[in-house]
Design a protein around this ligand. Sequence first.
Ligand SMILES: C[S@@+](CC[C@H](N)C(=O)[O-])C[C@H]1O[C@@H](n2cnc3c(N)ncnc32)[C@H](O)[C@@H]1O
Length: 241
Amino acid sequence: MPLNRPVLSERMQAIEDMVLPGLPLADIGTDHGMIPADILLKGICPYAVLTDINPGPLEKCRENLKAFGVDPSKYSIIQGDGLDPVGDGGFGTVITAGMGGELIISIFEETGWSTERPEGVPLARRFVVQPRTHADDLRSYLTEAEFRLCDYKLAKERGRICEVFAVEPCGAGELRPDSGLVSEFLLAKNDPLILEFLDGKIRKACRIADDASASDRPDAKDASELWRAVASQLEEIRRNL
Ligand SMILES: C[S@@+](CC[C@H](N)C(=O)[O-])C[C@H]1O[C@@H](n2cnc3c(N)ncnc32)[C@H](O)[C@@H]1O
């Protein structure tokens, strides 16, 4: 049965909470369109562009927004790759959520790396990202390039802890690369899920180390030692919280 109002998971709510109010929004890879629909219905943003590379999700998105009664003058739905459909910029927030971290990096690199549009209009004041995988790579990539972290939250969805973070463009002198095993910015925030998050990371590192030591690959010993060292570093971080 179709929903008649958006239902946000904890992960989606965390994304919504990081959106800059009162300014236009773009949601890249919107799929069901649930996040921008809720934002528009609550009047958080005056206008939204919803994009997806695939026509199927956009069809579902169109049906959802109609069923939710979102005012059609407040949004556009555009099919396209990454940041291509929002090329003119001028957004308060651009959301890129629910995709692999590597895909989000490629979207930034290939379809809109520079936040400066040719006309000098910034693409957005803020980017809210939620990578499904490779979150550490995405965080390092963004904070080593032209962004600073301005918000970070752990949120659960279907039993899995997701990392949601927001970055804003900054000058080269203001860059604060955050490339460690766990974000320094997140550690400073005392997130309620931080212990569970670290425990999950420690378990994963130990599992990879065990698998490596049970394998007969030529690099098995090195890989196993490396992952044991990662687990130890994570345990140290946990102890120092
Ligand atoms: C798992 S859904 C995430 C939906 C929603 N953003 C969320 O966080 O709940 C990922 C969506 O990204 C779309 N997608 C994948 N690659 C894309 C790209 N290069 N540009 C735009 N959308 C893309 C997919 O078609 C899919 O609908």
